[in-house]
Write a protein that binds this ligand. Structure first.
Ligand code: NDP
Ligand code: BG6
Length: 491
């Protein structure tokens, strides 16, 4: 993990950098990758000598390409023209060696220009191959890069996006094929939740505060809830979503990454491998999720009919049983957590949009006051990042009544002058700095699939019917008492 003050010097070192965005005509590239690159540029966090090549099959001219990549840049400043100068677009196939060889010639040319501009004073050359492409193309493109674009005399980084397979076996096959071309230390598996500021903050919260450290175990913690709620449905992504479902789309990756940081042991150091060793180790202690402790749902049209149901999406298979809501209890079989339920929940088309971690503490061992509510630590990842501790206080005034109040650190009140960076900007900065702490290592990925594959296979093979819930509701029937029944939660 890189300590932030080190970034500028570290980035300066790698000062001849070419970033090639494959799939530059696509959704991820325009919505996330290019706006993030601009954010880094405008904050002067790109290496001094950087060039960016967008690559895809679509025949775009420069003007169309620039228009496309600027679409999602929220407030372009005066420096946007300078950013455009760094960018160019090339059209080509993903499987044609010729196209990649021609790109290699261009990359060499750009590196030559950057070398001249640096006066020969550079400490290294880096090429970042960013695959903003459907996963079906990953292996072909990785192979073509290795054969025709990769150089042993430069630093090569391959960035890939989830989904990494659809179960344990397919993920292993995909990993095995990519590892024929790239070494683990060259691969950056993106889970954009690891770039979110509040997720990055979990490490500080846990390991830089004596009082949290002291109570972070089964003696004091009753249960942990990790929740992802979206108000929107699949919104035109039904075709993709229907193949995956909410467990593969959000729980197996984003929520399990959050869980592993919440639950891991203290790493030996802030080194990426020490952190990832601890994350993988805690995942190893989690037995597979079971259907008995899982609630599945699928949204139907909203009560007033203004929002369509999941099955109304024309890109979704007729009669599909793909869950758009899932809630499951996981157990961690180690000394720190034995007996503490971890409830992970994710749903689309719910009443609220919120991602949070809620840690409920146990009752006081020797209660002096009657009917005391429990302490709860809430970490809101999005929207409006916040950490608050539900704390029992004496109600102010001429009363001895107790009340549950909050010790509240809401970022937008406390850090008014610091804009929260985009997760992708933060992750690309890590790729530039060769810092793997916020990327998923192969063994973490495998463990996470191990936990969910039996459940996913059972859901698929037995065609389990999810319970219906209305668009805009809290979820299917059973949602409201699941936490008490399976999560040890006390209201
Ligand atoms: P797109 O479907 O927009 O595809 C990106 C580009 O890839 C397209 O513009 C197209 O470019 C090319 N492409 C599409 N289909 C094929 C195909 N079958 N064979 C070859 N090329 C194809 O994907 P996204 O941009 O949405 O996603 C890219 C990656 O990022 C995926 O792995 C996705 O799961 C992941 N991701 C996306 C998120 C998002 O918000 N969009 C969020 C998180 C992860 P052309 O035809 O011009 O070559
Ligand atoms: C993506 C999922 O990985 O994460 C989407 O594919 C989901 O279905 C998205 O909407 C949520 O990301 P965020 O950053 O909006 O919480």
């Amino acid at each position: 993990m890189t300590v932030f003050e080190e970034y500028p010097s570290m980035i300066k070192k790698q000062n001849l950098t070419t970033i090639i965005v494959f799939g530059a005509s696509g959704d991820l590239a325009k919505r996330k990758t290019f706006p993030a690159l601009y954010e880094l540029f405008t904050k002067k966090l790109l290496p001094k000598h950087t060039r960016i090549i967008g690559y895809a099959r679509s025949p775009l001219n420069r003007e169309d390409f620039l228009k496309r990549i600027k679409q999602y840049i929220k407030s372009p400043g005066d420096d946007i023209a300078a950013f455009e100068e760094l960018c160019e677009y090339r059209s080509g196939e993903y499987g044609k060696p010729d196209d990649f060889q021609q790109m290699h010639a261009r990359v060499r040319e750009l590196e030559g220009e950057m070398d001249t501009a640096s006066g020969g004073k550079n400490c290294g050359v880096m090429r970042i191959y960013y695959l903003a492409l459907p996963p079906t193309t990953f292996v072909e493109v990785a192979g073509n890069i290795k054969e025709n674009l990769y150089s042993n005399d430069v630093t090569n980084h391959l960035v890939i996006e989830k989904p990494f397979g659809s179960d344990r076996d397919s993920s292993k096959v995909l990993g095995g094929q990519i590892s024929k071309y790239f070494r683990e230390e060259e691969i950056f598996r993106t889970d954009h939740y690891l770039g979110k500021d509040m997720v990055k903050n979990l490490m500080a919260l846990r390991f830089a505060n004596t009082f949290y450290d002291a109570v972070w175990n089964k003696e004091y913690i009753s249960n942990v809830q990790i929740t992802f709620k979206e108000k929107i449905g699949t919104q035109g992504r039904g075709g993709y979503f229907d193949e995956f479902g909410i467990i593969r789309d959000v729980i197996q990756n984003h929520l399990m990454q959050v869980l592993s940081i919440i639950a891991m042991e203290t790493p030996k150091s802030l080194d990426a491998e020490d952190i990832r060793d601890c994350k993988a180790a805690v995942l190893k202690c989690i037995p597979p999720a079971t259907l008995d402790e899982t609630l599945l749902g699928q949204y139907t049209a909203s009560e007033d009919g203004s929002e369509p149901g999941y099955l109304d999406d024309e890109t979704v298979r007729k009669g599909s049983n793909t869950p758009t809501f899932a809630m499951t209890t996981l157990h961690i079989d180690n000394d720190r957590w034995r007996g503490v339920p971890f409830v992970v929940k994710a749903g689309k088309a719910l009443e609220d949009a919120r991602v949070s971690v809620r840690i409920q503490f146990k009752d006081m061992k020797y209660p002096l006051f009657p009917n005391m509510a429990r302490n709860e630590l809430v970490i809101r990842i999005s929207p409006a990042e916040a950490i608050y501790m539900k704390t029992v206080v004496k109600e102010p005034g001429l009363t001895n009544n107790l009340a549950l109040s909050e010790l509240d650190l809401t970022y937008q009140d406390r850090y008014t002058h610091i804009p929260i960076p985009d997760a992708y900007a933060s992750l690309i900065l890590d790729v530039l700095g060769t810092d793997h702490s916020n990327f998923v290592r192969a063994d973490e990925l495998d463990e996470s699939w191990r936990i969910f594959t039996p459940l996913l296979h059972q859901i698929d093979n037995e065609n389990i019917t999810p319970l219906p819930y209305r668009f805009g509701s809290r979820g299917p029937e059973g949602e409201s008492n699941f936490l008490e029944v399976f999560g040890g939660y006390v209201k």
